[in-house]
Design a protein around this ligand. Structure first.
Ligand code: ADP
Length: 615
């Protein structure tokens, strides 16, 4: 402590006060130090270490069993105050979960369960007296009353009632359950019932003794301990399928598993754990006949749980729909939502496809009907148009037919005259009859053609020769017109292609065009009234030109040529050219008109596509 110098001008009284106050301060600090150390000492003494113990035989037995360990630890580690807290299985689990214990002593079964759940860590394994190896210390004993002949062995437990402590008791149930499983018996389905009577385990012995059950399951050495305490007589019970396990003084019905461990929790101070381990390993085997050794391998205990699918391994087989739903519900919800969206989408698309298909079908049907109507109208129109052409030509028809009839009459009368005169020779008869036959054929041919042309029939499309069609049209015209001008056909096609056409309709087009050409040439002297039909190929088409040397047309008139009802004739209808245009275009061709390039007159041309197979 720094001494504070008395200041100048300060009197003796002041100095006295100063020293007095310094002594008091020292006294006060000393008192604080003593109080602090005593409180700290009290704190050390109060640092209790609770040891959680699984009291499988009840609290009193646990107290008796473990007090030697408690006393030893308290003596060996005086800086700690160890305390025993007894629990049943669930109580111990809760105490560990709530960090109320620093050390845990429990059976191997609960140890592995809580190792998995809370990270419990074994630091030593019990080395019980009378057990040669701590790794092989605990098993199950299945026993019955000695006065019963049945069941004789483990296998004979089928259909019998068995008592045990609890479904999760290790030595008191699970080891035996696994052994029964190895023997082909499922405790759930092959036994009549398993009655779980709860702790302490002596209740199982009581149930067997009373005859409530056919057999009981307890952990090894319990029966021997009861006999030793005088609570049971060895001649009163019989162990089923007893096996001799080396190093174990007690009877067992099953293989053996590691002894009880002492374990620390995740919260236990490592220094304390180390001190406890060191002390326990040095613990002499005294009156309590307990000592501790290095931690055993508890893998076999895990195997029991794993094979029985209980404890930490309970979930392995429990793939129930409920468990799956609980675990994966967000995913399932997502999948369900996707599925629902997909279903809605599919139904919507299906509906739309259905609706559109129906609309399309209806539209197609309507179009088909419209096409049928158009075709029928077209056919009607064609027919009327043909009749109209015939009508226009028929003025001369009587004259044309009359000619052969007159000839025939003349020849017939001449024959009669000669016969009456007696000058009829065989040659004259032959000549006259031949002429009559020719004239008759000529008249018949004209009528035949007119009838063929005028008949009503559906349109057809077939590969046709345009030159032949033109020749037929020419014949028809010449047969019907009294003073027909020269009609020539110039075939420049060299048989290049046939067209896919309705021959009669194309003939109708030609008749119209040629008749218009003849009409336009009427004012000319007879020697200039020639009409030419020129047929020539052009790429994949055939061109047909109808050329006259007539009056021709002004450009303004030419522009209106194909308008319906355009006519310059007093008796004309103005429908011939529009119908021709419709027919040609229906064949995939084109109809146009222009002045004759070689002089006066007009040239009407139309094209028709070649038939694919003959192009
Ligand atoms: P219509 O013969 O009943 O008049 P078209 O449609 O066949 O009906 O002809 C329409 C008009 O086109 C005719 O009135 C005529 O004036 C004109 N025309 C047609 N072909 C020729 C032609 N080769 N030369 C001059 N004019 C023509």
């Amino acid at each position: 402590m720094t001494l504070i110098k008395p200041q100048a001008g300060v009197g003796p009284n002041s100095r006295l006060v100063y020293f007095a106050s310094a002594s008091w301060r020292r006294l006060f600090l000393a008192a604080v130090f003593i109080l602090w150390t005593s409180l700290a000492g009290a704190g050390v003494a109060a640092a209790t270490v609770p040891i959680g113990v699984f009291a499988w035989q009840g609290e009193r037995a646990a107290e008796t069993d473990w007090s030697p360990v408690l006393d030893y630890l308290n003596a060996a580690l005086p800086q700690h105050s160890f305390r025993l807290d007894h629990y049943d299985a669930e109580g111990l689990r809760r105490a560990i979960a709530e960090h109320r214990v620093g050390l845990v002593i429990t059976n191997p079964g609960y140890y592995v369960t809580m190792e998995a759940e809370f990270g419990l860590s074994r630091i030593a394994t019990l080395a019980s007296a009378g057990v040669s190896s701590p790794a092989r210390a605990i098993g199950s004993v299945v026993f019955t009353r000695a006065d019963r002949s049945e069941p004789a062995e483990l296998r004979a437990l089928r259909g019998k009632t068995v008592a045990a402590v609890a479904p999760d008791a290790f030595g008191g149930y699970l080891i035996a359950a696994l052994e029964l499983k190895h023997q082909g018996l499922d405790t759930g389905s092959d036994l009549a019932a398993v009655r779980f009577v709860g702790l302490p385990m002596t209740r199982v012995v009581d149930a067997v003794r009373r005859g409530d059950v056919d057999a009981g399951i307890v952990r090894t050495c319990l029966l021997e301990q009861l006999v030793e305490r005088g609570a049971l007589r060895s001649e009163d019970y019989r162990v089923l399928s007893p096996r001799q396990e080396p190093g174990l003084a007690c009877a067992t019905s099953t293989p053996l598993y590691p002894d009880w461990p002492i374990a620390v929790t995740r919260q236990t101070d490592p220094a304390l754990a180390k001190a406890v381990v060191r002390a326990l390993l040095e613990m002499p085997e005294g009156e309590g006949r307990l000592s501790w050794t290095v931690p055993a391998d508890y893998r076999p205990v895990h195997d029991v749980y794993q094979e029985l699918r209980v404890g930490p391994y309970a979930g392995l087989d429990a793939v129930t729909p409920e468990a799956l739903v609980r675990r994966f519900w967000p995913w399932l919800l997502g999948v369900f939502a996707l599925l629902a969206a997909w279903v809605i989408h599919t139904v919507r698309v299906e509906y739309q496809v259905h609706r559109r298909t129906r609309e399309l079908r209806e539209a197609l049907q309507a179009r088909k009907e419209a096409e049928t109507r158009v075709r029928q109208n077209q056919e009607q129109m064609d027919h009327l148009s043909r009749l109209s052409v015939l009508g226009e030509l028929s003025g001369n028809l009587a004259h044309e037919i009359n000619q052969p009839l007159t000839s025939m009459g003349t020849y017939a009368r001449s024959l009669l005259r000669r016969q009456s005169r007696g000058t009829l020779t065989a040659e004259a008869l032959t000549e006259a009859c031949t002429e009559i036959a020719n004239e008759s054929e000529r008249a018949g041919g004209i009528v035949q053609r007119i009838r063929h042309f005028a008949r009503k029939r559906p349109a057809v499309r077939e590969p046709s020769d345009v030159v032949a069609i033109a020749a037929e049209a020419r014949r028809l015209l010449l047969g019907m017109l009294a003073h027909a001008p020269e009609i020539t056909i110039e075939d420049r096609s060299r048989g290049r292609c046939r067209v896919l056409a309705d021959g009669q309709q194309i003939q109708q087009v030609l008749l119209n065009l040629v008749k218009n050409a003849i009409d336009a040439s009427r004012a000319l002297p007879p020697e200039r009234q020639d009409v030419r039909i020129v047929i020539e190929p052009a790429d994949t088409r055939m061109l047909v030109h109808v050329i006259d040397r007539g009056a021709g047309l002004e450009e303004a008139q030419r522009a209106r040529l194909f308008e319906p009802f355009f006519t310059t004739k007093p008796d004309g209808l103005g429908l011939g050219l529009p119908i021709c245009k419709t027919i040609v275009e229906a064949h995939g061709g084109r109809l146009w008109a222009g002045p004759n390039a070689d002089g006066p007159g007009m040239r009407f041309s139309f094209s028709l596509p070649c038939h694919a197979s003959s192009a």
